[in-house]
Design a protein around this ligand. Structure first.
Ligand code: TA6
Length: 300
């Protein structure tokens, strides 16, 4: 069953099946709730501090960071030249594209919801041409969600509609829920290099053992998110295709007090594992070329 409801000023697609439930905000095509009959609590973290007002990204679920991941000036030159800063003709003041791109606070079109014997799919797309003279008609983006009793899949497909090569960065910025961050860990990145975004010059370091959480963490691992997230409540398996970066983030105490739409103690209840193509892993598309980023999340 599918219905369109509202949370404050935002439309939300609610999907109900005997084996699973899901909710997707049309703003940002943002999955904010997924659970199964067997694992009935929301697998995703969503802050109770969210206001659900138009144009303001929701903190939690799976924000789609696109066509830029992170801060514009931390992106490679190829991304910066694909999406140049906007110049005010009078003042010549430059306004760079916003952190994490515009997709996550734009209204996506719901193209299709299909029921299958053991799964349901929801397809959404974003009409770039209407969004901004900077991006109009350059890129096309759509997302396909597949829900089943074992978990959810997300496929984010980008097509280059321009006559020249374009480079973009991206992330499925997934917030996972935990009842105790200090008893949570991630395995699968042992001995891997990562960029520590908390250091002044974004030092490269090596991961020793599993990833634990006892302080501010903001790391970009140089490989796709094929890992296991262990919390006191669940053991989630993530597998990704066409992703060469994974961002692991927990803001911890001080940053939690500064973040919008986030309670001071929310850091105790969440961890982000973001399936991405960031920094030098940004994706270059020739004209008419297509790229699909895939994430599968299942519970053992
Ligand atoms: O998760 C990686 C990250 O880039 C962090 O550095 C932090 O900024 C986080 O995203 C949240 O960003 P937001 O714009 O949603 O507050």
């Amino acid at each position: 069953m599918k219905t369109i409801n509202r949370i404050n000023s935002l439309d939300v697609l609610a999907i109900e099946h005997r084996d699973f439930k899901a909710k997707i905000l049309l703003q940002g095509a943002q999955l904010i709730d997924f659970s199964t009959a067997e694992h009935p609590n929301n697998w995703l973290f969503v802050s109770s501090a969210n206001e659900y007002i138009s144009g303001k990204p929701i903190r939690g679920g799976v924000p789609i960071c696109w066509p830029i991941f992170g801060a514009f000036d931390k992106n490679p030159v190829a991304v910066q030249s694909s999406f140049p800063a906007k110049v005010n003709p009078e003042t010549l003041e430059k306004t760079p594209p916003e952190n994490h791109g515009f997709a996550r606070h734009s209204i996506w079109q719901l193209d299709d919801v299909k029921e299958h014997p053991d799964s349901m799919t929801a397809a959404l797309s974003l009409d770039i041409a209407d969004l901004s003279e900077l991006y109009g008609n350059k890129l096309n983006v759509k997302v396909l969600f597949t829900f089943s009793k074992s978990g959810f899949n997300i496929e984010l497909t980008t097509t280059n509609n321009d006559s020249k090569t374009l480079t973009f960065s991206q992330a499925l910025h997934t917030y996972f829920s935990t009842s105790n961050i200090q008893q949570s860990s991630i395995t699968g990145f042992e001995n891997q290099n990562y960029v520590d975004a908390l250091t002044a010059d974004w030092e490269t370091k090596k991961q020793n053992g599993k990833i634990n959480f006892s302080e501010d963490v903001d790391r970009i691992y140089k490989l796709g998110s094929n890992c296991i997230i262990n919390t006191p409540d669940s053991a989630l398996t993530l597998s990704a295709q066409n992703s060469n970066s994974t961002v692991v983030w927990n803001p911890w105490i001080a940053k939690s007090q500064r973040l919008s739409q986030f309670n001071d103690d929310d850091y105790l209840k969440m961890l982000c594992v973001e399936t991405a193509n960031a920094l030098d892993d940004a994706v270059t598309l020739e004209p008419r070329q297509t790229h699909t980023l895939r994430l599968s999340v299942t519970q053992n």
